[in-house]
Design a protein around this ligand. Structure first.
Ligand code: ADP
Ligand code: MG
Length: 499
């Protein structure tokens, strides 16, 4: 038996004139962990839908176990041991875990009476195989995202999977859940099951894959053992551009600069305590920690969303009281929340309106009527300055890509003449291309002597901008890593020690 389980050979697929896939090939060896990598819209999902039999290719062939097919039907694909776990898991939300695990099988066999004892036994065995404990009687809709995913994986095993394809499986998972998924993937591999891991997240790709296939704009651009690809090379192939991942270096303008933002002994009962740090003009300070370390709580206090109940805050050496978001904005503080979609913006409203929302009073004449010219000057300046890609400022914010929505949040703060910017997970769920653009913008803002507080789990991202990273744990600052100690192995070591 050859070692190749699946060969996709020069497959093409067009949707109404759009070449989603153009002569794309992919080879999956038995029992390997293979990453299919590409930016959003590069054709990853289309390719796996062809493998699953959901779409028929316009040209090319699919070879499974040495047998060639011009296309597969969904049932054929399943019989050959191909299992796909889509982003929505394709589970039945109002059925129980056991019912979900049994369902497809029973439907396929068209049986009228389900042998529930048998179903439960099989379901239990499948869950045991991946070493998870989930109540078989629980309704699937009540499970966490991570548990739903585990049910979908168990179902794949029950169908005697030889290859499991996971489409962007970590999108909605926490760091801890990602680690546990990776352990499960390695266990599946031990059992001889091949895993195709679809992703655009570089760190994950580097961590889990043995081989990679990279596609861009529906075309193959590179493939090979992961050892042949470093971060820069992966980025180059995904984006087609030599993205300089520029590092920012803070250099004070004067020998003894005045602190821009200082926080002393700040606390809020039950959330965080004794938080002290400062940011100088032009400096980007990082904060990291494990989930639940209190970082987001701290950020929401600094921005007045949930004010602190002890300690002091000073802006440019003057004590300030931040009891509301209005207070924070008056002090020149801006906040880009983790979930920019729900917290930071009015999605249904226009891009322009979102940008000026914080300064409407300044833009109104003494009768409270907006000065049209001032408004459009402000908006076009912001769109230009932050390179927001849109044909018109009148379009709703929701029409923008994630990276551009993030820029609108920045534009809003800039319009309000911000000095201090707090970012929480600035590039979560953003493409590498847009990510590097956002970093460039942040570095530009810092060069203009603004102070930035960057909260993130993405250590390489922090290291690109910060020479000082504060480590939080259980609501307290436990360490501050700077200069020689400010590097990836050191920080990861510190984080591991906290678990
Ligand atoms: P990825 O999963 O890598 O983000 P997709 O495979 O979803 O990419 O999409 C590849 C391209 O094909 C995109 O330009 C997308 O808009 C287009 N596309 C995908 N599915 C369809 C469809 N059903 N109809 C029209 N265009 C589609
Ligand atoms: Mg996709």
């Amino acid at each position: 038996m050859s070692n190749e389980f699946l060969v996709v050979n020069k497959v093409s697929k067009t949707f109404a004139g759009v070449h989603a896939l153009d002569n794309v090939s992919l080879t999956i060896q038995r029992g390997e962990i293979h990453c299919l990598v590409g930016e959003n819209g590069s054709g990853k999902s289309t390719l796996i839908k062809i493998i699953s039999g959901f779409y028929q290719p316009d040209a090319g062939e699919i070879i499974v176990n040495g047998k060639s097919y011009t296309h597969l039907s969904p049932i054929e694909a399943i019989r050959l041991g191909i299992q796909i776990i889509y982003q929505d898991f394709s589970l039945f939300p109002n059925l129980t875990v056991a019912e979900n695990l049994a369902m497809n099988d029973e439907l396929e066999r068209n049986v009228r009476f389900v042998n529930w004892k048998q179903v439960r036994r099989l379901a239990r065995a499948a869950l045991d195989r991946i070493g998870v404990k989930i109540d078989l009687n629980a309704d699937v809709e009540e499970l966490s995202v991570a548990d739903k995913q585990l049910v979908a994986i168990s179902r794949a095993i029950l169908h005697d999977a030889k290859m499991i394809v996971m489409d962007e499986p970590t999108t909605a998972l926490t760091q801890k859940e990602v680690e546990s998924l990776f352990r499960i993937i390695k266990n599946l591999q031990q059992e001889g099951i091949a895993i195709v891991f679809v992703s655009h997240k570089l760190q994950e790709v580097a961590e889990i894959s043995e081989r990679v296939t990279i596609i861009r704009n529906g075309k193959n651009v590179a493939n090979g053992s992961i050892a042949e690809f470093d971060r820069a090379k992966l980025i180059f192939h995904m984006t087609g551009k030599e993205l300089e991942e520029t590092r920012y270096h803070y250099t004070p303008l004067t020998p003894k600069p005045q602190s821009l933002f200082s926080v002393r002994q700040l606390g809020r009962r039950g959330s965080f305590e004794q938080i002290s740090f400062e940011i100088f003009p032009g400096e980007i300070v990082g904060i990291t920690g494990l989930l639940g370390s209190g970082r987001t709580e701290l950020a929401s206090a600094l921005f007045g969303l949930k004010p602190a109940d002890s300690g002091q805050i000073e802006v440019e050496g003057r004590p300030v009281a931040i009891r509301s978001v209005q207070d924070a904005i008056r002090c020149g503080i801006g906040y880009v929340p983790e979930d920019r979609l729900t917290e930071g913006l009015f999605l249904e409203q226009s891009i322009g309106r979102n940008i000026i929302i914080g300064i409407v009073n300044e833009l109104a004449n003494r009768f409270g009527v907006l000065k049209k010219e001032a408004v459009s000057r402000e908006i076009s300046h912001a769109i230009e300055y932050l390179r927001i890609k849109t044909p018109s400022p009148y379009l709703p914010v929701k029409s923008l890509s994630g990276g551009n929505q993030q820029r609108v949040v920045l534009a809003k703060w800039l319009a309000a003449k911000g000095k201090i910017l707090i970012l929480n997970g600035p590039t979560v769920g953003v493409d590498v291309g847009s990510k590097s653009e956002i970093h460039k913008t942040l570095h530009e803002l810092a060069r203009k002597q603004m102070g930035i507080l960057m909260i993130s789990d993405d250590i390489p991202e922090l290291l690109q901008s910060c020479q000082r990273i504060v480590l939080m744990h259980k609501g307290r600052i436990v360490d501050e890593l700077r200069d020689a100690r400010c590097n990836e192995p050191e920080i990861n070591g510190q984080l591991k020690a906290l678990v």
